[in-house]
Design a protein around this ligand. Structure first.
Ligand code: ADP
Ligand code: MG
Length: 729
């Protein structure tokens, strides 16, 4: 058993869970103990400081230097009491990961004594430089410095004895280099615009926050098997591998009993997550073998995103402790489902109302309908932007691949709400409506909550589904930061609400009565955006044709989809609302193109290497064995006997030769194309070339490699097989 695959298999089988570890069962006793949350602030801050800082946070106001100093000193005392030795600004750069640069609290002082130091300046701003993080050309000048600045709306926390302070990350020139800066801007924007609209209905609503509940899908693979697969370690997905005899067709994994080893892993990371105040709640097996899902209780969007990024880090660490590797890639294995990250989005008011949840009176339901219809209109107007923000090399494997939402953006609202919209379209009149007509309309609207309670229809094929009290953006990739999706949703909805209010004011100035003017506007929007509503099967070919007839885009790959990032429409949206400057948008567009090209480049290299130093050598070794066998038979058998008995060997020898020549030729041609691609200077052109000229080789190479895999003696195969990676638990 010198074969490295067998060594890995043996090791994987030895990775059994130890006797189940017990974690304290009363979560409320330790939930958030590692977070500088409200409770910690109350304990560590003087009353007046506590009051002003919470008010500052609540109103998103600038924090005074004196207050910052006091908060810093409280944070220091609190974190040192918990054993922390270091602090760091923690931010979300555009590479999609989290970034940190630790400094010790400890600081030597002049009189040979040392002190623990951390003041308001350290808290509020740092200059981590971090010049190697992607900037899309924003930092190419001599003034390339990058600054991080405290985000008081997301609480600091302790991880690995380090106080982590959530921050934004911007260039010296003020341009955003992260996901959080524009997100915070869109959160204020949606607060402002949604509040203004709410005020038309209910004066007590003075604040609106966007809420996000993400659902994180992932795979677990044994560490030893993972390490024996260079494609997994280098790219996060398998580039080759013959489908196992059994995949997910028996549907025996989904919601099944969780395997003990996976369970031990889950218990531990949940414990760690709870200590960090991350309200994780749901866990279950997903559709594919070794695929799982985790979902928390929803939170304010900024905190929810920080928590998602943080939990991914925690899961990764805990997975290693359990001799697993966690795969967040959208498509780690061909032939079984990939992973997504559903983003459940809604709006909550200071009065405790969910604006996407119907109320109990016609009045509150008109408020609901206003937000509901404006949302649909916003998605209709900016569908291409929504497609662009979820585009990545990994997600391209999912979207449109009959397991995930299609690449066509549409909205599912269910048959009952479709009827309600139809009714508004029919019953609202261009002329002034009679009192009877209005009463009837309002009466019908009053019935909405009952309708929704009675009819919880679901459509798993829709990229954007209304699920009773929120919209679920289901097309987001599992590896993605939710930031871009949330930035886009907040911005398009806020902008739409602003337009709505403008039009409403105009109508009312002309003397129209408010409710009637609202109905008329909603009817106009329904008419304009109906084409985005789709209730049928999003996986069907008919939908592709129908969508084309309706003029909806079907952008199949990342380079195509990214165009919407820099379209005139998108620029107008973001620039007018002060979310991005043109330069910032173009930088983001460029970073995504660059990232796409790099991912395909790396995959192409790994595939070429694997073909060259794993597949072909193994195939040749096995072929030699057969050739020797054939030669031997020839020596001892009559011609007649030989023909009969050597037929299979000769056939396989031929087949192997065919496949390895095909692999060799493909790899050679692919390398040539890669050279051409790399000569393209400009990021957009390069990613398009990688997509259309380099990537197409992948499938063909894989086809031949996977054929070789089932021809060659299992004992000789060096790479762990699908049946091993997916089924050894
Ligand atoms: P289901 O499982 O039926 O889809 P759940 O109520 O379990 O629905 O919600 C799934 C996800 O949606 C969870 O992460 C949950 O926190 C989130 N969610 C529920 N309500 C909201 C809301 N108002 N805003 C944002 N997310 C929400
Ligand atoms: Mg879901």
């Amino acid at each position: 058993m010198s074969n490295r695959r067998f060594t890995a298999l043996k090791e994987a089988l030895s990775h059994r869970p130890e006797t189940s570890k017990e974690f304290p069962s009363k979560v409320s006793e330790y939930f958030g103990i590692n977070v500088f949350n409200d409770r910690a602030m109350r304990e560590y801050l003087p009353d007046d400081v506590y009051r002003s800082i919470t008010e500052n946070i609540e109103k998103s106001e600038k924090i005074d230097k004196k207050i910052a100093d006091q908060v810093a000193s409280a944070m220091r005392a609190w974190s040192i009491s918990k054993g922390a030795t270091h602090y760091t600004h923690w931010f979300l750069p555009l590479n999609g990961a989290t970034a940190e640069k630790h400094d010790a609290f400890f600081s030597p002082s002049t009189d040979n004594r040392s002190v623990e130091q951390f003041n308001g300046n350290n808290l509020v701003q740092q200059e981590p430089d971090a010049s190697s993080l992607p900037s899309g050309g924003l930092r190419n000048t001599f003034e390339a410095r990058g600054y991080s600045a405290w985000d008081p709306s997301s609480p600091a926390f302790i991880m690995d004895k380090t106080l982590c302070i959530p921050t934004i990350f911007v260039a010296y020139t003020g341009e955003a280099l992260d996901f959080k800066t524009p997100l915070l801007k869109t959160l204020s924007l949606i607060d402002k615009e949604a509040t203004e609209v709410c005020q038309l209905f209910d004066r007590s609503i003075t604040r609106v926050i966007a809420t996000l509940g993400w659902e994180q899908e992932y795979f677990l693979v044994d560490e030893a098997l993972y390490s024996a697969r260079p494609d997994l370690t280098m790219t996060g997905r398998t580039l080759l591998g013959h489908a196992p005899a059994k995949g997910q067709q028996l549907e025996d994994h989904y919601f099944g009993a969780i395997a003990p080893r996976a369970m031990e892993f889950m218990k531990e990371f949940e414990y760690e997550a709870w200590k960090l105040g991350i309200p994780v709640k749901t866990r279950h097996n997903e559709v594919a073998p070794n695929q799982f899902e985790l979902a928390p209780v929803y939170e304010e969007a900024n905190i929810a995103i920080d928590h998602n990024q943080l939990v991914m880090v925690v899961m990764e660490k805990v997975a290693r402790k359990h001799k697993f590797r966690i795969l967040f890639h959208e498509k780690p294995f061909a032939g079984v489902n990939g992973s997504g990250k559903h983003n459940n989005w809604s709006l909550a008011t200071n009065t405790g109302k969910n604006l996407l949840s119907p109320g109990h009176t016609p009045k509150t339901n008109l408020l609901f309908l206003t937000f509901f219809v404006n949302f649909i209109k916003a998605v209709h107007t900016h569908a291409d932007l929504l497609r662009a923000v979820i585009a990545s090399a990994g997600n391209d494997h999912r979207l449109g691949a009959n397991e995930a939402p299609p690449a066509i953006i549409s909205v599912f609202i269910g048959s009952q709400l479709t009827k309600v919209l139809d009714e508004i379209e029919k019953k609202v009149k261009d002329r002034k409506m009679t009192p009877e007509e209005k009463t009837e309309l309002k009466l019908n609207i009053g019935k909405i909550p009952q309708i929704i309670l009675d009819n919880t229809d679901r459509n798993r094929t829709s990229p954007m589904a209304f699920t009773g009290n929120k919209f679920e953006f289901r097309a987001v990739g599992s590896a993605a930061n939710c930031g871009p999706a949330m930035i886009a949703l907040n911005a398009i909805v806020a902008n739409q609400l602003k337009e709505f209010r403008g039009e409403l004011e105009k109508a009312m100035e002309k003397g129209e009565e408010k409710d009637e003017a609202i109905f008329k506007l909603l009817r106009t929007y329904i008419k304009q955006s109906k084409s985005i509503l789709f209730e049928g099967n999003g996986y069907s070919d008919e939908w592709v044709k129908e969508a084309q007839k309706r003029g909806l885009s079907n952008l199949k790959n990342t380079p195509e989809a990214l165009e919407a990032y820099v379209s005139e429409k998108t620029k107008k949206l973001f620039i007018e609302n002060n979310i991005f400057s043109e330069k910032e948008l173009e930088a983001r567009w460029e970073i995504r193109h660059e990232n796409y090209a790099k991912v395909i480049q790396i995959e192409s290299r790994v595939l070429g290497d694997l073909a060259g130093n794993h597949i072909i050598p193994t195939a040749i070794r096995y072929q030699k064995l057969l050739v020797d066998n054939v030669k031997g038979l020839k020596e001892i058998l009559s011609e007649e006997q030989f023909k009969q008995q050597a037929e299979l060997q000769i056939y396989i020898i031929g087949k192997i030769s065919e496949h390895i020549s095909a692999i060799r030729k493909d790899v050679k041609d692919m390398i040539e194309k890669r050279k051409e691609a790399n000569a393209i200077e400009e990021a957009h052109g390069r990613s398009v070339f990688y997509c259309n000229q380099v990537k197409p080789f992948f499938d063909d190479i894989r086809y031949h490699v996977d054929k070789v895999e089932i021809l060659v003696d299992d004992e000789m195969w060096t790479l762990p097989k699908y049946r091993e990676m997916l089924f050894i638990k």
